[in-house]
Ligand binder design. Structure first.
Ligand code: 5GP
Length: 181
């Protein structure tokens, strides 16, 4: 059973809903410019954390897209990366020769990003592979990887909201927040 030991009343806003929504417009423009093609883009939403980000981001694309969903877990119920990646569902259609954009919520140690990037290159042979993350915790990196696009850089603090959870809670918040110690 999840015992919730954090109270939403203590949550401090780090990135507001307005800031996020404004950033999505810029990100979508940059991504479409980079994928300079009339062909469709396969947008891969990495569940569960990027559900909000991905759903809102794709609304700004002018090109035809397909949406696919994969599920990976790395934190469990901890607030520090366990370095223990669990691929829960990686079922995808044939992406060989396609334009593919992986959509993540946050890059922390970089292990998930590395795993996904390698997996797509080795297994799916996309024509073009892009990686976008809403948040970038550069200071927590354990492997040398950077997203092609990101929304905001954040300090090494545990954040929740807008898809990101603590023990399964707070994903529904329209902003990104944190609990001060
Ligand atoms: P990485 O493999 O880069 O260490 O971690 C990636 C995953 O860890 C993210 O997709 C996210 O699910 C989780 N994660 C990393 N940092 C945070 C954080 O500050 N808050 C929450 N809620 N999840 C995080």
């Amino acid at each position: 059973m999840n015992t919730l030991d954090k109270d939403i009343k203590d949550l401090k806003v780090l990135i507001s809903e307005e800031e996020i929504q404004k950033k999505l417009v810029e990100l979508a423009l940059d991504i479409e410019k980079e994928f300079n093609t009339d062909e469709e883009i396969y947008v891969i939403c990495v569940l569960k954390g990027s559900v909000m980000f991905c759903a809102d981001l794709v609304k700004h694309f002018k090109k035809n897209i397909q949406m696919e969903f994969i599920r990976i877990s790395s934190y469990g119920h901890e607030t520090k990366s366990t370095n223990n990646l669990q691929a829960i569902d990686l079922t995808l259609p044939n992406l060989e020769g396609k334009n593919v954009l992986i959509v993540e919520d946050i890059i922390d140690t970089g292990l998930t990003a590395r795993f996904l990037t390698d997996l797509f290159k080795i297994k799916h042979y996309p024509k073009k592979l892009g990686f976008v993350s809403l948040l970038n915790k550069k200071c927590a990196r354990q492997v040398d990887i950077e997203p092609d696009f990101y929304g905001f850089e954040v300090d090494d603090k545990f954040v929740v909201g807008y898809g990101l959870d603590y023990k399964g809670y707070f994903r529904n918040l329209p902003y990104i927040g944190y609990f001060p110690c």
